[in-house]
Design a binder for this molecule. Structure first.
Ligand code: CA
Ligand code: CA
Ligand code: CA
Length: 245
């Protein structure tokens, strides 16, 4: 019977066990958003902490809750968190009209763990949120813009105009026309240091209110095997081939 060289046995014993632990499917690293669920604030308020309306003198966005749906197509309950969600319906916000088009933005600076993950080769970025819209006059979309350290735009991702989730004017129904999950996924450029989320609506094709709604924004960077780990995998593969020959 042929015996393996003792040095190779020792090396495999030391390398294989940690490798199994590292190579298990990794969970995504959460990127912290401020008030991503719109749960901080009060019903009917156009003051939305963590977010900036591009036209604050004529708001396009309000917090709404399940006690004050603005009009028939609007949700009667939040998707998640507290009872609050983001609404573009001026009837919820009180008197006054809203612009035909509106944008609400949040800038997110990458923290050190996220920058380290990006530098190590994990570039798969994912933004998730929930959407509700059954009004054919109105559209909503989400956009992410990646910025470098000079705040110059590197690239962007967009959902484009999101489709109605039910026939025009269909009322919210938890089963037939529920909140719909939207995934905006793509590569985060290596030199990204911050990104901006834009929630945009319009232009409104008719009517006096925009009836699109958002809730539960979350962002993550998905860890991938590092270059060092891939090199280690190559070494183990070579050792195993030598062992088999
Ligand atoms: Ca919420
Ligand atoms: Ca629509
Ligand atoms: Ca409308």
């Amino acid at each position: 019977m042929q015996t393996r060289p003792p040095t190779l046995t020792r090396l495999l014993a030391h390398v294989s066990l940690p490798l199994v632990a590292i190579a298990k499917p990794a969970t995504a690293a959460t990127i912290t958003l401020v008030n991503g669920g719109f749960d901080a604030g009060t019903d009917g308020s156009a003051i939305i902490s963590g977010w900036t309306d591009s036209a604050p003198s004529t708001p396009g966005f309000w917090l709404a809750n399940d006690n004050s749906p603005g009009s028939a197509p609007d949700p009667t309950e939040a998707q998640g968190g507290s009872a609050l969600y983001l609404s573009t319906n001026r009837l919820t916000g009180g008197a006054g009209s809203q612009p035909s088009s509106s944008t609400l933005s949040q800038s997110v600076t990458l923290d050190t763990p996220t920058l380290n993950l990006l530098a190590a080769g994990s570039s798969q970025f994912e933004l998730d949120f929930y959407y509700f819209d059954t009004d054919s006059n109105d559209t909503g979309r989400g956009t992410v813009t990646f910025l470098d350290s000079s705040l110059a735009t590197i690239s962007s991702l967009t959902t484009g105009d999101l489709p109605n989730i039910g026939a025009n004017g269909t009322s919210y129904d938890a089963v037939d026309t529920p909140w719909t999950l939207v995934n905006l996924d793509g590569a985060m450029p290596l030199n990204t240091t911050s990104f901006r989320i834009d929630i945009s609506t319009g232009p409104r094709a008719g009517g006096s209110a925009t009836n699109v709604h958002f809730d539960s924004f979350s962002a993550q960077l998905v860890p991938e095997p590092s270059t060092a780990l891939l090199g280690l995998l190559g070494c183990v593969g070579l050792l195993r081939r030598r062992r088999a020959s």
